[in-house]
Design a protein around this ligand. Sequence first.
Ligand SMILES: [Zn+2]
Length: 187
Amino acid sequence: MENKNTLIGEYLGTIEEFVPGVGTYAEEGKIYSANIGKVVVDRENHVVKVMGKMLPVLERGQVVFGEVLDIKKNAVVIIVRKIQGQRGDVDIKVGLFVSNISDGYVERPDDLFAIGDIVKGVVIKMEGSLIDISTRGPYGVVKAFCRRCRCALEKSDKVPADVLVCPCCADKEKRKIADDYGNVADL
Ligand SMILES: [Zn+2]
């Protein structure tokens, strides 16, 4: 295993064998690589590390921007592309569970999101490689695209606050809209 190149999520050993070091994470007693790089074992201290280019790691409380990749029955799958206040692009898959979408009751995630929408959310839970975000409160879509023609949807005074209008085909679509819809300067 030592000096071997790993990928993210590769099994490295158990917490009985090693202390999880830099570039690793532990889940249910097992240690996995959290980074792409070489496995290094510090035998004296029983630490296993992965040395490589450190990828940006999300933290709870961070505000992130991502693109809707998939919509399941009980969750939206989002690829985070940017962390607010940080330079550079990331590529981290996160989940937005139906219960974390809004302060109100949401029955189906696909009533309020469409594939390709740009979402602003906050990281609320980190468990190994499983990351949850929330769009409750001021968060939600900052840019959404028409389901019919893919034009960018716009806010309008003529429709309820949770509805966006397509300037191309006049389609009206519901979304969980961020307070600062249209503000994608950070992207
Ligand atoms: Zn349209």
